[in-house]
Write a protein that binds this ligand. Structure first.
Ligand SMILES: O=C(O)C1=C[C@@H](OP(=O)(O)O)[C@@H](O)[C@H](O)C1
Ligand SMILES: C=C(OP(=O)(O)O)C(=O)O
Length: 423
């Protein structure tokens, strides 16, 4: 069981030191899946070990993949070139990547697979992905439009053209792309994956998917901005070095500018290939963040930017963030509730936009506020930033950070942050 709460003691000085973010969640879960689908042994280094990657690894183990963890950041994955039917439903917690990616991939299992998650995941939509799989002739159902999903696989993925509406989640596109090489070699091959609408969340996640697929031997051709052709090659084992997590890096970048510190992340800002690395340029403008920030291409960085905006010189409107309402929690709501808990009127929701009023005089005040994190790691990690400048900020359910950054509180402590009221 995790702790109930902790209160952050503002350090009252710049945060200075070295703090390397953990491995990328997005890349680790892609690499685990593709290595698990390949025949042979793959070595994944620099990987993230957290709740989300454990759910993915355990699900693959339940389908016959051997995964060793020789040290804190390495997975050694030995696959047989196919997944076997698991004896029980796959339980994937609230890991969106694991849930969406496996829903498509298990269509290649010869047998029935149930993909399920916790009470939060059971509210996160998966109907567009299920509809796309059905359109390929795959026998799949998700009666509530959310997990659990039951997939009756026939031993391989299906060939043909599939359209996907990715307005709610780019993970649906990634899921179809990664399953596509598992189609049978034959008449209808290759698989074409096409976007149904122009709308898609952060495109950069599809680029991460394509890069990982290529590392594991897939052949993908981009036909145009909205469609891809994937050859039925299957996957081959590969060694893969995983870069640090850019979303995790945003908390450290923000902590640096908020406290006027100097934090060495051990990786140059330009070295990230993940979408959230775009947040660096925005964060470095603090306390003169722009009046409008389009969060659509760096969605997981929005909580970080929204809390930072509270200390900005001028108000900030966040646009392009509608799908934050279907993440681990409704993040637009959680951010506005948390900011208003600190100071009434600090945030307003306008449709799906979030407007942060901004009040540089917050810094140095004591404003006791208990932040409901809704079990969402990013709400916990971003509101911790407010606690670097305001006394009395209490984070409820702080150990929900284990989803992607289990050492978060220790990393802040190593930079000089202290906590009280820990229960
Ligand atoms: O593909 C990925 O690795 C991810 C895609 C994004 O989700 P959506 O595609 O659901 O917006 C992001 O929020 C999530 O943390 C990771
Ligand atoms: C949205 C997130 O995760 P996921 O969709 O992978 O559960 C996140 O990590 O912010």
């Amino acid at each position: 069981m995790g702790r109930v709460k902790l209160t952050i003691v503002p350090p009252g000085k710049p945060l200075v030191g070295r703090a390397v973010p953990p491995g990328s969640k997005s890349i680790t879960n892609r690499a685990l899946l593709l290595a698990g689908l390949a025949r042979g042994t793959s070595r994944l280094t620099g990987a993230l070990r957290s709740d989300d990657t454990r759910y993915m690894a355990d699900a693959l183990r339940a389908m016959g993949v051997t995964i060793d963890e020789p040290d804190e950041t390495t997975f050694v994955v030995t696959g047989m070139g196919k997944l076997l039917p698991p004896s029980e439903p796959l339980f994937l917690g609230n890991a969106g990547t694991a849930t969406r990616f496996l829903t498509a991939a298990v269509a290649s299992v010869d047998g029935t697979v149930v993909v399920d998650g916790d009470e939060h995941m059971r509210k996160r939509p998966i109907a567009p992905l299920v509809a796309a799989l059905k359109s390929l002739g795959i026998d799949v159902e998700a009666p509530t439009g959310c997990p659990p999903v039951t997939v009756h696989g026939i031993g391989h993925f299906a060939s043909g053209r599939v359209e996907i509406d990715a307005g709610l989640s780019s993970q649906y596109v990634s899921a179809l792309l990664m399953a596509a090489p598992l189609a049978p070699k034959g008449a209808n091959a290759p698989v074409t994956v096409a976007l149904a609408g122009a709308e898609i969340g952060a495109r950069g996640y599809v680029d991460l998917t394509l890069a990982a697929m290529q590392t594991f031997g897939a052949k993908v051709e981009q036909i145009d901005a909205a469609s891809w052709k994937v050859e039925p090659t299957g996957y081959r084992a590969a060694d893969f070095v995983i870069e640090p997590d850019a979303s995790a890096a945003t908390y450290l970048w923000a902590a640096e500018v908020l406290t006027g510190g100097a934090i060495d992340l051990g990786v140059p800002n330009g070295a990230f290939t993940q979408p959230d690395a775009k947040a660096y340029d925005v964060i470095s403008k603090f306390p003169y963040l722009p009046a409008e920030i389009d969060g659509s291409q760096m969605q997981d960085a929005v909580p970080t930017l929204a809390v930072l905006a509270a200390f900005n010189e001028t108000p900030v409107r966040f646009t392009g963030i509608a799908n934050l309402r279907v993440k681990e929690c409704d993040r637009v709501r959680a951010l506005s509730l948390g900011l208003n808990e600190i100071r009434e009127g600090l945030a307003t929701e306008e449709g799906d936009d979030l407007i942060v009023a901004s009040d540089p005089s917050l810094a140095g005040q004591t404003l006791p506020a208990a932040i409901n994190t809704f079990a969402d790691h990013r709400i916990a990690m971003s509101f911790a930033l407010a606690g670097l400048k305001i006394g009395g900020i209490t984070i409820l359910d702080p150990d929900c950070v284990a989803k992607t950054f289990p050492d978060y509180w220790d990393v802040l402590a190593s930079l000089g942050v202290a906590y009280t009221d820990i229960e």
